[in-house]
Design a protein around this ligand. Structure first.
Ligand code: NAP
Length: 260
C-alpha cells in the first residue's frame, strides 16, 4: 500500500530513540521527511545520518522541549528548511516517577512541563502551517492514563491530559480538516523502558512478570509496531479518522489478563 507520504514534512519529537526513532525511520522509508527534535544533538544527528545513508531525508533540531522558546525554534527551523509542515508526532516523554507521596509540587509541575506542555506548544506554533497543508497530529500517549501505575503522578496526569486534548483538538480543528489522533503503547522495549525497569529492585523478575501478563503472544510490543500504526494515522490513508485513541498494546489495557 502506498501511504502517500512522499515529501511530507513531519516533525517527530524524541525522534532519535526508541518509539520516535522507529517512527522517523518509517516516515522516511515511505518517502517523507522526518524532522527529529530532541534534547541530544548527538542522538539526533546519529539517527539523521543513518537515515540519510539509507537514502532517506531527515533534519536534526536540538531542543529541550519543556522550554517554550525551544518549541518555537523547532517550528521556525522546520519552516526555514522546507517551507511547510505536513504533520506533527508528539512523542517525547519520560516516566519520571514523581509520586503523590514521594514527589513535591515543584517536581509535579516540572513533570507536566517535560511531558505535556510541549504537546500543546508545538501544536499551537505549528497550527498556521498545518492549516495551510491540512496536516495532522499524532500524539503518543500511555496506558498509564487508563490503568494508573503508582508513583508517577506527573507522567500519568500528562498522559491523561493528552487523551483529553486528542478529543478537544479534534473538535476544534474540524473546520480546518486537521486530524488529531493518539496511539497508546503499554510495554515497548526502548531505552526509556530499559532505564525504568533497571530502576526496580528485581528487574529481570519484574520483566518476566510483566510480559507474562501481555495477552497477545506474551511479549512486548515492538517500536516498529507502534510506528506502523502511527504512520498509518499520519497518512492520507487515514483521511476520515480523527479524535481516536488507538491502543497498540497486545490487548494489555482492555483484555481480561486473568484468563490465561
Ligand atoms: P525513549 O527511549 O526515552 O526516547 C524518547 C526520546 O525523547 C529520547 O531521545 C529523549 O531524550 C527525548 N526526550 C524526552 N523528553 C524530552 C524533552 N522534554 N525534551 C527533549 N527531548 C526529550 O522513550 P520511548 O520509550 O521511546 O517513549 C516514547 C513515548 O512513548 C513517550 O511519550 C512515552 O511516554 C511513551 N510510552 C512508552 C512506553 C514504553 O513501553 N516504552 C509505554 C507507554 C508510553 P533523552 O534520552 O536524552 O532523555
Amino acid at each position: 500500500m502506498d501511504l502517500g507520504l512522499q515529501e511530507k514534512v513531519i516533525i517527530v519529537t524524541g525522534g532519535a530513540k526508541g518509539i520516535g526513532e522507529a517512527i522517523s525511520r518509517l516516515i522516511t522509508a515511505e518517502g517523507g521527511i522526518a524532522v527529529i527534535a530532541g534534547r541530544s544533538t548527538a542522538d539526533n544527528e546519529k539517527t539523521v545520518n543513518e537515515i540519510i545513508a539509507a537514502g532517506g531525508k531527515a533534519l536534526a533540531i536540538t531542543a529541550e522541549l519543556g522550554k517554550v522558546e525551544d518549541c518555537k525554534k523547532v517550528i521556525a527551523e522546520t519552516v526555514a528548511a522546507y517551507g511547510k509542515i505536513d504533520g506533527l508526532v508528539n512523542n517525547a516523554g519520560a516516566n519520571d516517577g514523581v509520586g503523590l507521596e514521594n514527589g513535591s509540587p515543584e517536581r509535579f509541575m516540572a513533570s507536566l512541563q517535560n511531558n505535556l506542555s510541549h504537546y500543546y506548544n508545538l501544536a499551537h506554533f505549528a497550527l498556521p502551517y498545518l492549516k495551510a497543508t491540512k496536516g495532522n497530529i499524532v500524539n503518543i500517549g500511555s496506558k498509564v492514563a487508563s490503568t494508573g501505575q503508582g508513583n508517577t503522578s506527573g507522567y500519568a496526569a500528562s498522559k491523561g491530559a493528552i487523551n483529553a486534548l486528542t478529543r478537544e483538538w479534534a473538535v476544534e480543528m474540524l473546520p480546518y480538516s486537521i486530524r488529531i489522533n493518539t496511539v497508546i503503547p503499554a510495554e515497548v522495549w526502548t531505552p526509556l523502558y530499559e532505564t525504568w525497569i533497571n530502576s526496580l529492585p528485581n528487574p529481570e523478575e519484574k520483566l518476566a512478570s510483566i510480559t507474562a501478563k501481555i495477552p497477545l503472544e506474551k511479549r512486548m510490543t515492538t517500536s516498529e509496531e507502534i510506528a506502523n500504526a502511527t504512520v498509518f494515522l499520519l497518512s492520507p490513508r487515514s483521511s476520515h479518522t480523527t479524535g481516536q485513541i488507538v491502543y497498540v498494546d497486545g490487548g494489555y489495557t482492555h483484555l481480561d489478563r486473568s484468563i490465561s
